[in-house]
Ligand binder design. Structure first.
Ligand code: NDP
Length: 309
């Protein structure tokens, strides 16, 4: 029998996830870390696994993220050198698409300005700018970024995309690699980050990136908190180089109550809510990979260990 152990820093996740496994994969034995049967686990299903939790699991053959990202798997330094997989959920794309549409409209149609005006009883219209003149760039054209770029192109925006390798998406001017980064950024009104967090992408939202955008541009960070250099962000917002920043992810989550980002002018904070895979979808995908592992078949949504995503 395959045993899956659930490892998470968030205890509130464990119960609902376990119930989803009971519904979706009754053939699996699903246990928590303190269960003596955990020692038999071949699969660990993880969200920020506690440090050294995997050191006590000698039979692990697969470390499975319960999310799209896999950077959080490194929160346990005892993670063994076995394959890692992640969840790719179509509903994830829908959630992220809705989140990004809201952010784009909020700034493109000046809702940030008019809601601020309302607080001062000011009636003032701003010139309406056609979507085709609003330049939006999407960093990361994977499972999420490609869907977002296509959705925005369908809504009439002038969309550019950037990935590591060449991509083709109808209606999206695709760029790739370091050599095309500046051409991608040049004069964008909005920059949306949907990159995975790796050594190559950490800190990508920094002063030099902001300086390449249009004056008064906006950033949307749906990737990871470590993509943003907060000092640089504060400076760019203060100078007016950036008009706003929509931040869904943070280096420390929940964002501490005394974090300066809460009150930083121009910043909109959302509590890592852009999109989440459903517990049932997670259970189905982990169970399918457990089945594949048991049968010696190739695994779905495998992470490339050299690229880190
Ligand atoms: P994918 O792995 O499917 O796509 C990653 C994309 O980033 C690919 O297009 C890849 O390029 C590109 N990329 C990676 N490294 C680089 C680099 N060094 N330079 C340029 N491009 C690069 O990831 P997903 O779309 O599924 O998810 C992206 C991230 O979104 C997750 O890792 C997670 O951090 C975040 N996320 C946030 C959520 C939220 O609620 N805020 C919810 C879900 C995910 P290439 O195509 O060439 O491989």
């Amino acid at each position: 029998m395959m045993t899956v152990v659930l490892l998470a820093n968030d205890a509130t996740l464990l119960g609902p996830l376990r119930e989803a496994f009971t519904r979706q994969a009754p053939e699996l034995r699903v246990v928590l870390a303190d269960d003596p049967a955990a020692i038999h686990a071949q699969v660990a299903a993880c969200w920020y696994p506690p440090a050294n939790s995997m050191a006590r699991l000698p039979n692990l053959q697969l470390v499975h993220s319960v999310a799209a990202g896999v950077d959080h798997l490194n929160s346990d330094p005892s993670r063994p050198d076995v394959p890692a997989c992640r969840v790719v959920d179509p509903d994830h794309r829908q959630g992220m698409t809705e989140y990004v549409r809201w952010a784009v409209l909020h700034f493109h149609r000046d809702f940030d300005r008019v809601t601020a005006q309302q607080r001062q009883n000011v009636w003032q219209r701003h010139p309406q700018r056609p979507a085709g003149q609003y330049k939006v760039g999407v960093m990361g054209l994977g499972s999420l970024g490609a869907a977002i770029a296509s959705d925005l192109a369908g809504a009439g925006y002038a969309v550019r995309g950037w990935a590591r390798s060449p991509r083709q998406l109808p209606g999206v001017a695709c760029h790739h690699g370091e050599s095309q980064f500046n051409a991608f950024l040049d004069g964008l009104d909005m920059l949306i980050n949907l990159l995975p967090l790796t050594d190559a992408t950490r800190g990508v939202l920094c002063a030099s990136t902001f300086a390449s955008l249009a004056l008064g541009a906006v950033i949307v960070n749906g990737g990871r908190g470590q993509h943003v250099l907060v000092d640089d962000l504060e400076q760019a917002l203060t100078s007016g180089q950036l008009r706003g920043a929509v931040l869904d992810v943070f280096e420390t989550e929940p964002l501490p109550v005394d974090d300066r980002l809460w009150q930083m002018p121009g910043v909109i904070i959302t509590p890592h809510m852009a999109s989440a895979a459903s517990h049932d979808c997670i259970a189905r995908q982990v169970a399918e990979n457990a089945r594949r592992l048991a049968n010696g078949e190739s695994l779905n949504n495998l992470v490339d260990p050299t690229l880190g995503y």
